[in-house]
Structure formats: C-alpha cells, structure tokens
Design a protein around this ligand. Sequence first.
Ligand code: R5P
Length: 291
Amino acid sequence: MPEADKEGKDYCLDVPPECKGFFLKGSNSLDWGMKNRLARIFNPETGRTVMLAVDHGYFQGPTTGLERIDVNIVPIAPYADCLMLTRGILRSIIPPSYTKSIVLRASGGPSILKELSNEELAMNMEDAARLNVSALAVQVFIGGEYETQTVTNMTRLIDMGTRYGIPTLAVTAVGKKMARDARYFRLACRICAELGAHYVKTYYVPEEFETVTASCPVPIVMAGGTKMLELDALTMAYNAVQQGAAGVDMGRNIFQSDAPVAMIQAVSAVVHKNLPPQQAFEMYNDLKNES
Ligand code: R5P
C-alpha cells in the first residue's frame, strides 16, 4: 500500500483555463477521439495535410508506379503526413513501425471491367480499430448510376465510425461523361458534408474552386488526378490551398514522378509553407539532382 501523498496546494488560481476551438473547420463539436485522429492527419500547426494516395489497386490492380509498393512507396511514405491505402496493402507491406496516420479505403467491389459506381462497403469498423487507423475513405458517385447506393455506403460508414470515434473521408468520384466544373463539385462536396462526412476529397477546377471550398462546411483535400508535368501539379496544389483546400491527397502525380521523394517534399513545401510553384519546382529539381 503506497503512503498517501500530501494534498496539492498550487491551483494556479491566476491562470484561467483555456477554452480553445479546434483548428479544423466544421470539426469543433466532434468527440475527442475524432479530433485526435483528425489532428494526426492534418498538421495542427498549418491546418493542412499531404496525404499520399496509393489505394488505386482496389479497383485497377497494379497501377504504374504501384507494381511493388514495398520498393516504390515505402521509401516515400515518411515524407507524407498520411498514407491512404487498402487494408491488404497495409497488413502485407507497410511496416507496423510506420507512425504516420493511415486513411483506409473502406469501399470496393467493381473492377475497371465493370460499372465503378456499384460499390459496397468492403470492411467493418472493428478491423479499422484493430488497425489503428485515423479515418476511413469511401467513394461517393453523385450523379452516377449507383448514386444512392454510394451515398448510403457513406452514411452507414459515418454511423459506424461515430461509435468508434473514427472519421470518414468522402471521396467525390466523377463519372467519365460528367462535367468536372465548380457547379458539380459544389453539389457533390456539399451533399457529402451535409450527410455527415468529416472531410471531403475532390478535384481542383481552375474556375471558382474557392466557391467549392467556401460552400463545404468541413475541410476539403484536393485530389491529384492523372499524371501531369511536375510544375503543373505543383501549381495546381498551390492554387488549391490558396483557394481554401486544407491540403492534398495525391497519388500518381507523386509516385509516377521521375523523382517521387523530391516531388513529395516539394508538394509538402507548397502545402505547409505556401511555397510558390516556381520555387517549389526549383526545390524539386535540386532534390532530384542531389539524389
Ligand atoms: C480514387 O478514385 C482513389 O481514391 C484513387 O485510387 C486515388 O486516390 C487517386 O489518386 P490520384 O488521382 O492522385 O492518383
């Protein structure tokens, strides 16, 4: 039995308790576990994140650059704030000593050979808790053939995650024939947020992107899309964060770059330090030449 200690007497009566709001928009009323997980994805100092998306294999198999995730992605992962991937790749390849945050792909079903919007939820919350993930990602096809099914996937995931304190990232997926403009993304992002998504991944559009971020009450991260020139990708990331995005969730424009480690560091400088695109491109070239 330890002896009883002396009663405390320094109550700092002249120091008022802090009552700060949470740093992410729309997230102040969430529970502690949700906020803590979001603070592992988004850097609390900048309010932004660099997510590295490598989940492409869940519907398209070994995409260029992802043939060997152990060889091509593990070396880049430490430079990201967060890794977005499937539980199969997480368990089979990512070392458990990796301590950056994980966002797990939670929907799936159809391959590129079928109608992609016909997705279902593809994992349960117990496994997400077991894997210690910071959020779950679900594809939402607004205007797609299985629109309602994918919206219901999202709302079910949000309900399940709320019981465990695990946030949901809604990923706005655009059908091949649909217009990719601000009007569409305002609609898609707002629907996801209205129905409870904790943050939303969406594409950048050159016109009125700031209205997409402004009309979405929760953080938006910019999707990368197909590979473009490094300077163009850095410019797109710069414009997105200057116009209200809380970071990026990029895949091919990082891992298909000639120098992925250099590229992710340049993207990170754009996102967290507001480095202008031309300077970020110079940084990319310097790091590329050094390596
Ligand atoms: C979306 O459809 C998936 O989440 C992708 O596999 C991934 O996030 C896309 O990343 P990116 O377009 O930047 O390669």
